[in-house]
Design a protein around this ligand. Structure first.
Ligand SMILES: *[C@@H]1O[C@H](CO)[C@@H](O)[C@H](O)[C@H]1NC(C)=O
Ligand SMILES: *[C@@H]1O[C@H](CO)[C@@H](O)[C@H](O)[C@H]1NC(C)=O
Ligand SMILES: *[C@@H]1O[C@H](CO)[C@@H](O)[C@H](O)[C@H]1NC(C)=O
Length: 193
């Protein structure tokens, strides 16, 4: 390189080099593994808050139950500990089973407490109405069904609810143990992008 252009380059470097390095390094991945690249966090994205209200219908009776026991509790278990159900339960606008369908709860609930009726719920709420059609919310929570108002965390979501986190507050609307039917009111508050 001729001397003059070297000098020029160092002047340019002095004037702009530092800034260039800063700008470049902030857009370059901080790690350089092929399978994983980490970037500095971007501008904060504005989060949206959505409130949902619907009713969940669980019906383990009849020819086409919405939930089925897939694992029996072991012998001698207390409070049905270990029993596991798979559900594909309707979610509706109102409390009546014939009310407008807004989605389904597709997942598992299992009796996870030996001390009181307490469920482990691992389920996805799939919404099917309007702009929400195809979007999901994932719930992973403890549901102590004997308590009037319960709360379960929303741990994620897809579609409209991408990057979701939030809280589901629920209360039993109808519980008919002999009829095998439970209708539960849900108020869900969710933050998402
Ligand atoms: C529960 O399901 C049975 C049959 O599958 C049906 O006869 C009954 O009406 C249902 N109960 C409710 C409250 O939806
Ligand atoms: C929701 O989406 C599915 C598949 O994309 C489609 O078959 C269905 O008709 C849609 N339902 C409503 C209510 O828009
Ligand atoms: C849900 O919100 C409505 C309206 O604020 C309220 O009347 C109802 O009691 C709430 N239900 C639950 C289960 O939190």
């Amino acid at each position: 390189m001729p001397k003059s252009s070297t000098k020029m380059a160092s002047v340019v470097y002095l004037l702009f080099g530092f800034h260039l390095i800063v700008i470049m390094s902030s857009s370059l991945p901080a790690t350089s593994e092929v399978f994983a690249k980490q970037y500095p966090s971007t501008e904060p994205v504005e989060e949206k808050l959505t409130q949902l209200h619907f009713y969940f219908h669980n019906n383990i009776t009849g020819e086409h139950p919405t939930a089925m026991k897939t694992v029996l509790p072991p012998k001698g278990s207390i409070h049905g500990f270990g029993a596991t159900y798979m559900m594909d339960d309707p979610l509706t606008e109102g409390p009546s089973p014939t009310s407008k369908l807004v989605g389904r709860s597709q997942g598992i609930y299992a009796l996870a407490s030996q001390h009181e009726p307490g469920l482990l719920m691992v389920t996805n709420f799939l919404f099917t109405l309007g702009i929400y059609n195809g979007s999901t919310l994932s719930i992973l929570g403890r549901n102590p069904t004997f308590i009037k108002v319960r709360e379960m965390p929303i741990v994620g979501g897809t579609g409209i609810f991408k990057y979701a986190r939030g809280s589901a507050v629920l209360t039993t609307y109808v519980y008919d143990i002999t009829g095998g039917v439970a209708i539960v009111e849900y108020n869900v508050t969710v933050m998402h992008v």
